[in-house]
Ligand binder design. Sequence first.
Ligand code: HEC
Length: 116
Amino acid sequence: MELIDIDEIDSITRSTVWASVYSQSCASCHGIQLEGVTGPALKGSNFGVLANAQMMTADMLLDVIAGTMPESDPGTLKTEEYNAVTSYILQQNGYPAGATPFARDAPSVKGARITP
Ligand code: HEC
């Protein structure tokens, strides 16, 4: 499993921020456990199928989310919130936090294949 660098702030603050962005903007359609409701699951084997079919990388996931989500209001979150929520989804899929901030062009993010 590849290590995705995510953030500099301490892990407790980090997971609180991630989880609150997700629960406010995404959970209504993707489920509080990322299990999928009207939107697809973002965790586990169903998400794995989707990610593998698209040969998804961490920066692609960020672009899809920032470009098309929340489906009801695309593009309305701040860049940091899109970074945070993408980090959260990766963390929920078992990718550990790294030492540097999650950012689109970070070497550990750009082109890093996700295999949930
Ligand atoms: C109003 C409901 C709704 C909300 C809110 C919402 N989504 Fe979605 N999402 C969907 C639906 C429906 C799909 C499947 C159709 C599509 O891909 O557009 C989807 C698809 C996705 C996908 C898969 C795209 C792919 O590669 O096929 C991701 C990742 C995703 N959403 C993440 C998020 C995140 C993160 C948020 C919060 C910032 C969010 N969504 C908020 C409804 C929603």
